[in-house]
Design a protein around this ligand. Sequence first.
Ligand code: ADP
Length: 321
Amino acid sequence: MSLFKEIVERSPFGVIVIDKNSKEVIYTNPTFRKWKINERKGFLEKLLNSPRGELEIDGHHYRVSHFTEGDKEIFLLEDITDLKTYQRAKRDFVANVSHELKTPISVIGSIAETLFYEEEDPFKKRFLERILKRAKEMEALVEDLLILAALESKEGKVIWDKVNLHNLVEEVFQNLKEVAEEKKVELLNEVPPETYCTCDEHKIFILLKNLVENAIKYNREGGKVWVRSYPEGEYRVIEVSDTGIGIPKKHLPLIFERFYRVDKSRSREIRGTGLGLSIVKHIALIHGGKVEVESEKGKGSTFRVYIPLKGSPTKEPPKGG
Ligand code: ADP
């Protein structure tokens, strides 16, 4: 047996070769045969319709790679059922813990707030203030974790709708009015009235709220935030720009990772969970879109979200993004 054949025969990957024209199975390796999946009804159609990506057969998950060699279609299948089970368990665990923590944290917060306003001793007041601040931080964290958990569950499915973007931006601005006033940041809605986007209104609201809130938080006093929108190729672009502190180049590829914060010492002063941009990225991806950032330290940042002009079906939730 040739070395090449031996590798294929012993491979932990399932290998199946199909004749391009007749669609007949020419070869399967022992791993593939062990799975007995080609005995399943409709297996071949399922495989041929998902040449890249993933395949689910009878509760088993396979990652599929595909290439063509002459008149042969070659498929490599990796059994990722255990990985999927682990991912689901992790997701459920985070969702359950967040859900259980939500009520006690908000109770601690409201008791601390009541005591803070009633307390007259400045020493005790300082402690109560710190409890209140921490409780609010934990509340924000739990809220973001619950949003991520919802996005990764069935609720994460995109509900396509024709959405008036100008009005949605107004709603987001209303929601963040106090935060902007406190920081003396001007919010400018430059999305022309009657601009429509085919998207999930609630999810794009969450996305915009995160971007605009960051644009305010990481701005300077007296700064500005613009939201614009325009079509570009096959996408509608939603753009959020600010006159803020900017992001150094080396951090740009990392800021969409969960819990990533650019500057730990600066982050201590500016409240945040490090989850906002991963929520933004996740929402863009399940719309079949993407998100990009351009930034210059000290000058400001521009985040661009690309939503396909024609609504597309929900994709598999992205991993870890
Ligand atoms: P956070 O809750 O810390 O704001 P995000 O995921 O929203 O978390 O953002 C990740 C990090 O990216 C932030 O901690 C901040 O350092 C940086 N960042 C995000 N948006 C901006 C912005 N508009 N200007 C400057 N830095 C930003």
